[in-house]
Design a protein around this ligand. Structure first.
Ligand code: PLP
Length: 394
């Protein structure tokens, strides 16, 4: 018999990918299923980005690069931080990785080990707790429900911090809720963190551009520049430029941590794909106008979806400020349907209404469902008609 490592038993495969797979399976069986599980823009990668990559192939830029990323891309990332975030980093404080996912994975591996705790606000992006577990550490979940707009308070953070806390993760705009912390809310969290110098802060800004609030985008480093010596800024091109398949993410922060992360990466994947790095450089340095129509479309769909969800019996959905997900509270509808929980409800909706949603439990928030609106208006209309029909007839 094969004996796998204990760490495998501690984690589960990504539930969002599992829902997408199940929906595809049903479709393959000829079932009419509308998939709202995916976490990627339905737009195409901008043409100038693709052209840059094609040129790179033609010119033979197809070999290993520096593990940390090409000098050109790292310079473009520093320029982006300065231009868009008023943050100053030097290229040696930047590590390019195989998607934002590897950036966080490297960070967890570089920082965490047995006995350490990492504070993760829930609802959370599904991968944070499992990557913390893979590093041998303990995820400490701090929950924020719909009544607090899915945002944790400084008092909750203070309560969760112990002598063992090594990492605090913040993701705004959030996957799965679309909630965005304001500058003053971030300042409030920063005030707590100032009292606990052993805590490294990871701000995952992946959805920075997919934002429609009045305030410009702010992360905790903007709100509290004095935390720069222990804040890691994570970002990537996947969502802003519809480049999920290219697999380029990046992280900037204090050099000792970046160097440790780069060492880990040098023993796993080495550099991110050379061609994709050229494409990412083109995305970050080129015309940013390509983002505008995408954000406009996401906002329009958001307004439509939130309005329709709030008309469903037993469903309540907050308007959000960014990302491309709605995270409705289905507790009333779950009860009315006599379903055991959100997992059973998602299963029922998939089997009987033909709509694939992700159960909130996957994000540490039972009783909710996540619906991605990174799909056409027509698809969304169809899905909401089905949900309406399903919930009103039972
Ligand atoms: N961070 C958040 C909050 C995300 O939602 C995702 C993707 O779903 C990522 C990071 C990772 O993105 P990628 O690895 O595709 O660049």
């Amino acid at each position: 018999t094969i004996r796998l490592a204990g760490r495998v038993g501690r984690i589960k495969p990504s539930p969002t990918l599992a829902v997408t797979a199940r929906a595809q399976q049903l479709k393959a069986q000829g079932k009419d299923v509308i998939g709202l599980g995916a976490g990627e823009p339905d737009f195409d990668t901008p043409a100038h980005v693709k052209e840059a990559a094609i040129r790179a192939i033609r010119e033979g830029f197809t070999k290993y690069t520096a593990v940390e990323g090409t000098p050109g891309l790292r310079r473009a990332i520093c320029a982006k931080f300065e231009r868009e975030n008023a943050l100053k980093f030097t290229p040696d404080q930047v590590l390019v990785s195989v998607g934002g996912k590897q950036s966080f994975y490297n960070l967890a591996q570089a920082l965490l080990e047995e006995g350490d705790e990492a504070i993760i606000p829930a609802p959370y992006w599904v991968s944070y707790p499992d990557m913390v577990l893979l590093a041998g550490a303990t995820p400490v979940i701090v929950s924020a429900g719909i009544e607090q707009a899915f945002k944790i308070s400084p008092a909750q953070l203070e309560q969760a911090i112990t002598a063992k806390t090594k990492l605090f993760v913040i993701n705004s705009p959030s996957n799965p809720t679309g909630s965005v912390y304001t500058r003053s809310e971030l300042a409030g969290l920063g005030e707590v963190l100032r009292r606990h110098p052993q805590v490294v802060i990871a701000t995952d800004d992946m959805y920075e551009h997919i934002l429609w609030m009045d305030e410009p985008f702010t992360n905790i480093l903007n709100a509290c520049p004095d935390l720069a010596d222990r804040t890691m800024v994570l970002n990537g091109v996947s969502k802003a430029y519809a480049m999920t398949g290219w697999r380029i993410g990046y992280c900037a922060g204090p050099r000792p941590i970046i160097t440790a992360m780069a060492n880990i990466q040098s023993q796993s994947t080495s550099n991110a794909t050379s061609i994709a790095q050229v494409a990412a450089e083109a995305a970050l340095s080129g015309d940013q106008a390509c983002i505008v129509p995408m954000v406009r479309a996401f906002k329009e769909r958001h307004d439509y979806v939130v309005d329709r969800l709030n008309r469903l019996p037993g469903v309540r959905c907050l308007a959000s400020q960014g990302a491309f997900y709605a995270f409705p509270d289905f507790r009333g509808a779950i009860k009315a349907a006599g379903a055991k929980d959100d997992l059973a409800m998602a299963e029922q909706i998939l089997e009987r209404a033909g709509v694939a949603l992700v159960p909130g439990s996957a994000f540490g928030a039972p009783g909710y469902l996540r619906l991605s609106f990174a799909t056409s208006m027509k698809t969304l209309e169809g899905a909401l008609d089905r949900l309406e029909q399903f919930l009103s007839t039972g």
